[in-house]
Design a protein. Structure first.
Length: 262
């Protein structure tokens, strides 16, 4: 699988992963595709693709507005899969993880969504509002072996639950640098090294840290203890500020962050 192969290669070369989040279809289908290709070209190891949703409860205002722009541009679950297919026409190697909520997947049909997502070229999915306990209780939510199910672990997650989530992890673990919604409005917590170590005690799956990383200094600091960093809102903000030519703005902003962890 692309996701496992990417992290294996990074480990072999003693490098940290750079995971970039963007909203699918923001500000338009074609410009979003251009941003995705730009991120891959400048060295993003994984692209996290947010599926536009009308009620993104875990997202801060920057990502909420991105979802709104994408929805107004005609994006949907099916169009998001079309976007992945279009990306795969020129890029067959960069892993794509879908960042989404249960409602659009439930509406699409959980098993069919996973099947179609894999066929389109997706490698993983992060369902923000689906507790793993619930997924295990329902046959309807049976996992597709071709799609890694990424787990979230917050600083407030109890130790026993950290152990359980780490044991179930696939692809990589998304460790939150702090509790709350997405956004780069505060520096990552000083407790990250201890948090990452506590997770790693229960798994060999890579642990990547996100939430609040918005400049090269923060990126370098977090990368010292994590297997990778995740930057979302700070990149999405560049799209918001440069709607006519977001790819170039994203390139200028993101290159120094990637350089900081190499």
């Amino acid at each position: 699988m692309r996701l496992d192969d990417t992290f294996a290669s990074l480990k072999q070369h003693n490098r940290k992963a750079f995971i970039a989040y963007v909203a699918a279809g923001d500000p338009t289908f074609d410009l979003s595709l251009e941003v995705m290709h730009t991120l891959a070209e400048i060295g993003a190891d994984v692209i996290e693709l947010g599926m536009p949703f009308s009620d993104p409860l875990a997202d801060g205002i920057v990502n909420q507005m991105a979802a709104d722009r994408a929805l107004k541009a005609g994006m949907s679950t099916r169009r998001t899969l079309d976007l992945i297919r279009a990306f795969r026409e020129k890029n067959s190697s960069t892993p794509i993880v879908l960042f989404t909520y249960l409602n659009p997947i439930f509406t699409y049909g959980f098993a069919k969504f996973q099947e179609d997502a894999v066929a389109a070229g997706a490698d993983g999915v992060l369902l923000l509002d689906l507790p793993p306990d619930e997924a295990e209780l329902s046959k309807e939510l049976a996992e597709n072996p071709g799609l890694s199910h990424i787990r979230l672990i917050a600083p407030s997650t109890p130790p026993e639950r950290v152990k359980m989530l780490a044991a179930q992890a696939e692809g990589f673990i998304y460790a939150l640098s702090r509790s709350g919604v997405t956004g780069g409005h505060s520096a990552p917590a000083e407790t990250i090294p201890a948090q990452v170590a506590a997770i790693k005690a229960h798994t060999t799956v890579p642990v990547c840290v996100g939430f609040g990383i918005s400049n090269p200094e923060q990126a370098a600091l977090v990368a010292k203890s994590a297997d990778g960093i995740i930057v979302g809102s700070a990149i999405v903000k560049q799209v918001e500020l440069n709607l006519a030519n977001p790819a170039e703005a994203v390139r200028r902003f993101t290159l120094p962050l990637i350089a900081a962890i190499r």
